[in-house]
Unconditional design. Sequence first.
Length: 241
Amino acid sequence: MKKRWIWFSLLFVVLLVALAPASLLSQTPVKAGQWSGRLWSGTAHDIELANTHLHTAKWQVLWTELLSGWLALQLTLDDPGVKAHTKLFWHAPQWRLEGLTGEMTAAWLSEAFFRGVQMAGDVSFTFQQLAGTERRLTDADGRLQWHNAAIRTPFVQRLLPLGNLRLVAKPAEQHIDFVLTSDAPLRLNLSGRLAPDGGIVLAGTMAATTLPEIDRVVSLITQGYDSGKRKIQFEGRIPGW
């Protein structure tokens, strides 16, 4: 009898979600100008989330994953600044993205996550998996390319061309290995390791042959930097956050 009531309760929840309008999501922290569809499959337009604006987002609940205790959604973002497709798995405080593919403008990326830093170029990405706990990344398997990269920070007075940046991340035991490279004018060859505590171990070289602004910035934070050779050897650790 007890098992029967459990199944009836689950069926009731499924029917409630399947029939309930998506507009109920207007009571959540996600603010949208328009909701359409149902809770289990719908579309949101003109979305505001954590000071980030999105034009259109579509979702569909993956019912089979609910039995494992995870909320799973098929997500599609369609915006002039970012287009992406992925499966989102969430079980507080853990989250996981599978089959993440898409592209975005660097300007949208800086506006969403790096305010105060002007970025230019286009970013494409393909990740088999990204996973984390709250804001800390714990697993990554995939690659990202930033085409015609350029950046301007409070340290410099103009957009600095960085060439084409490439990031490849691979999961390893208890950490994430990554390689970051770029072509001219910023010739970068950097390998690193993201530790479980969020710390980053770095090693590699950079040669900015045509960027005098890089000389000024690097000389402020690095001892023994030879601006004539314009080459720096990286080796160290950035503490976790």
